[in-house]
Design a protein around this ligand. Structure first.
Ligand code: ADP
Ligand code: MG
Length: 393
């Protein structure tokens, strides 16, 4: 058997190969509306409604670092990021299962903290946690969440329905989660240095003052799925023509929408919603806030398109921005920058697992996390320059 490194074909190349191996049989096909390739799988129920199913995996040192992530927050985030994939289908989340792999440094109390966070946020979303699985792990803490939701057949929204001329919209603001991660990783470094200099120190007494960074840190540790936007769409009878949630960065997600919908797109830098707090952090790190917004990822906002004739319906939703327009495929996928220059976004990327340098996010030897940063669904930039748009998918 030959040995092809996964980095040679990348995360999405690997998923394509898996997809060819697990092609559904004829008997399943009639009810399977969407398999691999969207935010959730979509299955037709016997009552005509559609069931949506999504699963995500969080692995210690790849997706999170326990030094900077309270377990209660982690439990909540694990649920929220899955709910976000259900929202991306314009569906309502209903039930979740949570599976955990536990290394021997995890106590009963720590597991309880994790589940307190998960249960609390599940209650907010109105979903029930109905099962899971528990195993020992030799590689740290592993959490896998699966969520099932439901939507009327006429409301389902795929990545593939956008048409040239549709308006590109985004809920909330962009880049804030990445700003929070930058601050947390800097703090982690300081913490590790303090512990190294004071080996006898009681680690539980270490206190960090991050009060100036609350907004960005909270967004990173406790992102909320935009169930409010989906509820609004249903209330006003708006069905987006396409939708995806922002796990890997809006630049990358836009490419997914365009690829699935066979369109091009133009978004405008001046229209990207970026909070002052995010800009302050990017200035502090001498980075570009637009880069955080496009490639930072883990914002878990909804990127969607609407027909221009539906614009009125959207007007009473307060937390949405129109950032551009879908174009014919031949126009490519472009960002119009502050100076009016169109930049080709197909040459840039959000996170993809298994690229040569995406292997260890929180390595203690090399704490320049930008080499390996990975969000929940895996967003990452190879290095600071690549974060500025150099890496190819
Ligand atoms: P998201 O970022 O929305 O969670 P992903 O990029 O993780 O989506 O996945 C893209 C698509 O590939 C989804 O339809 C997902 O179900 C599918 N997928 C990912 N990994 C696997 C796998 N190991 N086996 C089968 N399908 C997979
Ligand atoms: Mg998604």
């Amino acid at each position: 058997m030959s040995f092809t490194r996964i980095s040679e074909i990348g995360e999405f190349g690997l998923i394509d190969r898996i997809a060819t191996l697990v092609q559904p049989t004829e008997s399943c096909l009639s009810r399977l509306k969407k398999g691999i390739g969207d935010d959730s799988a979509v299955i037709e129920l016997s009552n005509g409604k559609l069931q949506v199913v999504s699963t995500d995996l969080l692995i210690e040192q790849i997706h999170f670092d326990l030094l900077t992530t309270p377990l209660e927050h982690l439990g909540a985030k694990a649920v929220s990021v899955n709910v976000s994939d259900i929202c991306a289908m314009n569906a309502k989340p209903l039930y979740a299962t949570i599976s955990i792999g536990l290394a021997n440094n995890i106590s009963v109390e720590m597991v309880e903290q994790l589940y307190k966070g998960a249960a609390n946020v599940a209650k907010q979303y109105g979903i029930a946690i109905v099962g899971g699985d528990t195993s020992a792990s030799v590689t740290g803490l592993v959490i896998s969440v699966t969520i099932v939701g439901e939507v009327d057949a006429d409301k389902i929204t795929y990545r593939s329905g956008a048409k040239p001329g549709d308006l590109i919209c985004i809920t909330g603001d962009l880049g804030r989660s990445f700003a929070g991660l930058k601050v947390l990783m800097r703090e982690r470094q300081t913490m590790l240095e303090t512990f190294a200099e004071n080996p006898d120190m009681d680690k539980s007494t270490y206190k960090a003052d991050l009060s100036d960074y609350q907004k960005v840190i909270e967004k990173h540790l406790l992102p909320k799925a935009r169930v409010d936007a989906v509820k609004f769409f249903h209330e006003v009878g708006l069905v987006p023509t396409s939708m995806i949630d922002v796990s890997d960065g809006v630049g990358s997600e836009l490419k997914h929408l365009c690829r699935s919908s066979q369109t091009g797109a133009l978004i405008e830098e001046t229209k990207l919603p970026i909070l002052a707090e995010t800009r302050e952090v990017s200035d502090e790190f001498e980075d570009d806030a637009t880069t955080y917004a496009l490639f930072g990822g883990e914002d878990y906002e909804l990127l969607f398109t609407i027909s221009p004739t539906d614009l009125d319906k959207l007007s009473s939703f307060p937390d949405v921005h129109i950032i551009g327009k879908m174009l014919p495929q031949s126009a490519g996928i472009k960002l119009r920058d502050l100076f009016g220059t169109d930049i080709d976004l197909t040459k840039t990327s959000g996170f993809e697992h298994f690229t040569a340098s995406a292997e260890s996010t929180f390595s203690t030897e090399d704490n320049s996390y930008l080499h390996n940063h990975d969000g929940h669904n895996g967003h990452q930039a190879d290095d600071e320059n690549d974060l500025c748009g150099g890496r190819q998918n």
